[in-house]
Design a protein. Structure first.
Length: 285
């Protein structure tokens, strides 16, 4: 009888907490809410910025980074409004900052908190190249990959048991272990800062972020064909770097398969890009 109740609870949890990732349609299990994830992300983001050198918005490069972030965020919001899901991004507080660092890296935390490091700009080269990177990172946040990893971790480590849902419960019962899990998901190794955002995504999450990123950059009015040349530049940088593989690549594996996958999505992306060009209002899909 106990066993039946146990499996019943798992089934109920699964039914209740199973959602579909927008655009890709993949099923995912989320045991934590946006508001729980966002509030932890906003705290970590603030701590990170407080201990980093943020490039002032008056600089041309920082202005470009913010412009790309804004256009992609607006395009995403517009997409959800036009597909009858206007509340999907509720609670997001989009923010993009350029941070002085030689690291080749960029990331977006839950709730739309983005950072681009100056070290990636020589590879992105132009605004469209930057849109490839930021489209990818924003897609990790929109597809709730962090919440998914937290959910998996909470179950795997027994911080939530069958039938339980919510980061609040785990935080209340086992605060230290739950905080450690968050830190490991977001690479928040002490001292805070240098490692933040290097989330170890799974392969399927990477490929999903490539797919969605291509579509969101297209909706924002950036030519998705540039994604192929950007990834070729990244691959060349990686090959030339030997052991000094750019951070962004060490967590975002690049290979011929990835470029081939992106090419196979091009037809879908170009439809969004052409619609965005026709409307004459980039960023408003
Ligand atoms: Zn990624």
């Amino acid at each position: 009888m106990k066993r039946i109740i146990f499996y019943g609870a798992i089934l109920l949890t699964t039914l209740w907490a199973c959602t579909k990732v927008p655009l890709s349609g993949r099923n995912q299990l989320l045991l934590v809410s946006d508001s729980e994830m966002n509030s932890m992300a906003f705290t970590s983001y603030k701590q990170f910025l407080d201990t980093s050198t943020v490039v002032p918005a008056s600089s041309q490069q920082a202005a470009m980074v913010k412009r790309v972030g804004d256009k992609i965020a607006r395009a995403a919001q517009s997409y959800f409004e036009s597909t009858g899901n206007p509340q999907y991004l509720n609670g997001y507080q989009w923010q993009t900052e350029l941070v002085q660092s030689s690291q080749v890296n960029a990331w977006c935390m839950p709730g739309g908190k983005m950072v681009v490091y100056t070290g990636i700009l020589p590879i992105t080269q132009n605004e469209t190249g930057l849109a490839v990177v930021m489209g990818h990172e924003v897609s990790h946040a929109i597809a709730k990959h962090g919440a998914e990893r937290m959910s998996e971790g909470l179950l795997a480590q027994g911080l939530l048991v069958a039938g339980q849902i919510g980061l609040g419960i785990a935080m209340k019962d086992k605060p230290a272990a739950t905080q450690n899990l968050w830190n490991s998901v977001y690479g928040l190794a002490a001292p805070i800062g240098a490692q933040l955002g290097m989330m170890a995504h799974g392969r399927y999450q990477e490929s999903e972020a490539d797919h969605l990123g291509l579509l969101f950059m297209s909706m924002a009015g950036y030519n998705p064909m540039e994604a192929v040349t950007f990834w070729e530049r990244m691959a060349a940088k990686s090959a030339a770097g030997g052991s000094k593989t750019p951070v962004w690549l060490s967590t975002h594996p690049s290979d011929a398969t990835r470029i081939a996958d992106i090419k196979s999505r091009m037809g879908e992306a170009l439809k969004y890009y052409n619609a965005s060009s026709r409307s004459g209002s980039n960023g408003r899909y």
